[in-house]
Design a protein around this ligand. Structure first.
Ligand code: 2IT
Length: 445
């Protein structure tokens, strides 16, 4: 079957899983040529096998809130593909979480993890639990109840979850505590751990730092430098925070950050105090960015507006899937934006990507740009397995090397005859080739 036939069948079989279908379609479209050049892949039905997760666990999570009321949520873990290593990928706690979203994230993770050069398969999990407005004690009880079900299905050489939207250091702490109690072992079963109990230095910053390192490489190819460029960032979570910090350190001006309530226009760029305040905002659990403008008088809050309404050179979506639409892309292009580095997973709609590519501006997909996060999780696993910890400099150096390698892979597989670098194609082909080869060599399983 060719890639279009496979896609058509998937659309029938999983008709209501739109995010999953979107993620698969994007990959299949970009690897089609390579797939056709390798009849051995078709013979081994590699794509048919790759698009279905190995298994999905779905479980009930019951817990008691601060009012003594019993709450019921649904927990999931999608173990997608383990061809090149144990399943690896984050947990997302957000009311939108469902099988389609976790399958899309798990599918993306396979290729992303392959790109990192580290031995990690793809997985993802989470719950429809909404952390917004919950007390610390409620978060703890939920995490404990979640792990009570999950723990038998994960392990340091089996499946290693981490954080994603709604799951940060605090949640990983509660999840790890419960795992340790049940399994009676202190191993690297989760990443993103605290620094005193097995966490890796630089992991909290790694996704954002890695994204900016990737942008530096993209710009370098064009003979440009990030210094003095205007950068618009969406979101004010962990990823946006790391990206804002590194971009600022390198002399760029982060002139926009945003939240579900609107955008902060920050014409003078970030300061250390402003960057630190991003973390404070996030931990307030209220999911609003507006207070930033109350605290810093040189910043202006525009309710209901997106970061893409602010004139910038470089756009870095750092929030959710499909947060940057075709309309947003046209607005950015009209305002002269010449680089979009997707940091969120599938942050741009297919229409937005088509606009950027048609305009031939620099565009790179999340699975390449944000891979520094999971790569540093991989480095955390290595440190745990060796029972040592590396210095921040060592980890940062390795992160630099990994982002440089990923960029190199994108250029290698994505450079078009006219010289335009199609980073989307490059990332997908590079990831696919590695996983497909591993699957082929391991037989029909
Ligand atoms: O999307 C991602 O790569 C993550 N949420 C991080 C996953 C990880 O295992 O560190």
């Amino acid at each position: 079957m060719n890639t279009s036939e496979i896609m058509a069948r998937l659309k029938v079989k999983h008709a209501n899983e739109k995010e999953y279908l979107q993620a698969v379609q994007e990959v299949l479209e970009t690897i089609e040529d390579v797939y056709n050049q390798h009849p051995e892949f078709e013979e081994a039905k590699i794509i048919e096998r790759l698009v279905e997760p190995d298994r999905i666990f779905t479980f009930k999570v019951t817990w008691v809130d601060d009012n003594g009321e019993i709450q019921t949520n649904t927990g999931y873990r999608v173990q997608f593909n383990s061809a090149i290593g144990p399943y690896k990928g984050g947990l997302r706690f957000h009311p939108s979480v469902n099988v389609s979203i976790l399958k899309f994230l798990g599918f993306e993770q396979i290729f992303k993890n392959a790109l990192t050069t580290l031995p990690m398969g793809g997985g993802k999990g989470g719950s429809d639990f909404n952390p917004k407005g919950k007390s610390d004690a409620e978060i703890m009880r939920f995490c404990q109840a979640f792990m009570l079900e999950l723990w038998r299905n994960i392990g340091p050489d089996t499946d290693v979850p981490a954080g994603d939207v709604g799951v940060g250091g605090r949640e990983i702490g509660y999840l790890f505590g419960m795992y340790k109690k049940l399994a009676r072992e202190h191993t690297g079963v989760l990443t993103g751990k605290g620094m005193t109990w097995g966490g890796s230095l630089i992991r909290p910053e790694a996704t954002g730092f890695g994204a900016v390192y990737f942008v530096q490489h993209m710009l370098h190819v064009q003979g440009k430098d990030i210094k003095d460029k205007k950068v618009a960032i969406s979101g004010f979570g962990n990823v946006a925070w790391g990206a804002a910090m590194k971009a600022t350190q390198l002399g760029a001006h982060v002139i926009a950050i945003s939240g579900p309530d609107g955008v902060i226009y920050n014409p003078n760029g970030m300061t250390d105090e402003k960057i630190a305040y991003m973390l404070e905002l996030r931990s307030s659990n209220n999911d609003v960015v507006a207070p930033f403008a109350d605290k810093f008088p040189d910043a202006v809050f525009y309710p209901g507006k997106k970061a893409w309404s602010i004139k910038c050179d470089i756009a870095m979506p750092c929030a959710y899937q499909n947060e940057l639409t075709g309309e947003d892309a046209r607005e950015l292009l009209d305002n002269g934006t010449w680089c979009c580095a997707e940091v969120s997973n599938m942050g741009c709609t297919p229409e937005a990507i088509a606009e950027f590519q048609k305009a031939k501006i620099l565009f790179a997909p999340g699975k390449a740009v944000n891979a520094g996060g999971v790569a540093t999780s991989g480095l955390e696993m290595t440190q745990n397995a060796m029972h040592i910890s590396w210095s921040a400099e060592e980890v940062d150096k390795k992160l630099h090397e990994i982002m440089s390698n990923i960029h190199h892979s994108c250029v290698r597989y994505g450079t078009q005859p006219d010289g335009y670098i199609n980073y989307l194609k490059g990332a997908n082909i590079a990831g696919f080739m590695k996983v497909a080869t591993a699957m082929l060599e391991q037989g029909v399983i």
